[in-house]
Design a protein around this ligand. Structure first.
Ligand SMILES: [Zn+2]
Length: 392
């Protein structure tokens, strides 16, 4: 099966303009993916999601969290209702994470064995067990376009020895994820393979902040010849230069003809920088989480700025959040009104601020895609890039 990825242009800095063909549609890359934790991008409805951004093209692909949906409402219920797409009425591409990150960051009393992880739910303390096979089973039932291999996320900072040992587990779990996925991916009869595109599984490069471990991790996963690769375990509290360095190095070790996805980053200037380095996909809760806390992004006098709308200085400010932003919030409402909504605890505040922030992120990526398309050198052969070839 091909990776469904076409590369159109690559610029000298590494940035690439591409297209990912998925069962629920095509995704123009580089792309930012809003996070829809519990089958909802918090405070933003699906119709709005479909129309966000300068071109009103909306979010091309969103994320859903396996751990959250497994606990509530349960993946078997979602399977019976025809998958997350039908459940939430979203007909565009979707990616589910493996649940690993949440198991390690949210749940209590974890016991990790080579078999998997036993943990207690952060909701009610009930006991659960996640293995690579179980994570795959849940993700297949959820029915996303892209699934992620189950990995161990080490805490930060972690010693070299701890990170190396964890990597052994992550690679063994990736192999088990691949095997289980290959054997069971056809178990959701309602999943339509449109244009020959089916559910696909990406691997996750780990290795903490140690370049040689990252290199080894990339090499092991590339051997598995997966249709895409994520760089995980970053933006966990390390300095930004380290994040950037780890991304730059890891990109070198990943195949050019496969999509590369950096998980859980970042600020608007970071997603722009990483996209220009050759990262094709990114996701982050920042636009929505910041919005719910009264924080909004703007480009004022050419500078990326984060405004805290809670501040008194905005009480009589008649300007929109960002005068250059074309989102429905900036076209209609003043900072003064948004501040009032927020300080009064009105639910509309979370919604409007999230809509602006998401628009800001999507516009940033749209601008990067335009730049990459305009300045890049044509790829020597598009058709050869669209098929998956065994990695050298
Ligand atoms: Zn706006």
């Amino acid at each position: 099966m091909g990776s469904g990825f076409q590369l159109f242009h690559t610029v000298p800095g590494g940035g690439r303009r591409g297209r990912l063909n998925l069962p629920h549609g095509t995704v123009e890359t580089p792309v930012f993916m809003p996070v829809g934790t519990a089958a909802t991008v918090k405070a933003v409805d699906q119709r709005t999601l479909e129309t966000l951004g300068e071109s009103a093209a909306g979010a091309q692909i969103i994320l859903a969290n396996t751990y959250h949906l497994y606990l509530r409402p349960g993946h078997e219920l979602i399977r019976r209702l025809g998958g997350v797409h039908r459940f939430m009425s979203w007909d565009r591409p979707m990616l589910t994470d493996s649940g690993g990150f949440q198991v390690f960051s949210l749940s209590q009393l974890r016991t990790i064995t080579p078999e998997g992880v036993e943990f207690r739910s952060h909701l009610d303390g009930s006991k659960h067990f996640f293995s690579p096979e179980h994570s795959m089973g849940v993700q297949i039932a959820l029915g996303a376009d892209i699934l992620m291999a189950f990995d161990e996320c080490v805490e930060h900072p972690a010693s070299y020895e701890r990170t190396r040992d964890s990597l052994g587990l992550t690679h063994a779990w990736a192999e088990r994820s691949v095997r289980y996925f290959a054997e069971h991916k056809h178990e959701v009869p309602w999943f339509e393979a449109r244009d020959g595109q089916t559910q696909r599984l990406f691997g996750i490069v780990q290795g903490g902040m140690y370049p040689d471990l990252r290199r080894e991790s990339a090499a092991r996963l590339v051997e598995m010849d997966l249709p895409g690769y994520a760089i995980g375990g970053l933006a966990v509290g390390e300095p930004r230069e380290v994040t950037r360095d780890m991304i730059a190095r890891t990109l070198e070790w990943l195949p050019q003809d496969k999509p590369r996805y950096v998980m859980g980053v970042g600020y608007p200037d970071e997603i722009e920088e990483y996209a220009r380095m050759g990262v094709d996909m990114m996701d982050c809760v920042l636009p929505t989480r910041s919005g719910r806390h009264g924080l909004v992004f703007a480009r004022l006098d050419g500078e990326l700025t984060r405004l805290n709308l809670k501040k008194l200085e905005f009480a009589e400010d008649r300007r929109p959040i960002d005068p250059a932003c074309t989102c429905p919030v900036c076209r209609r409402y003043t900072r003064a009104y948004l501040r009032h909504l927020f300080s009064s605890g009105e639910p509309l505040a979370a919604s409007l601020l999230s809509i602006h922030n998401l628009s800001f992120y999507l516009d940033t990526m749209e601008r990067v895609r335009r730049d990459l398309a305009g300045t890049g050198l044509p790829q020597e052969s598009e058709s050869s890039q669209a098929t998956s070839t065994p990695a050298a």
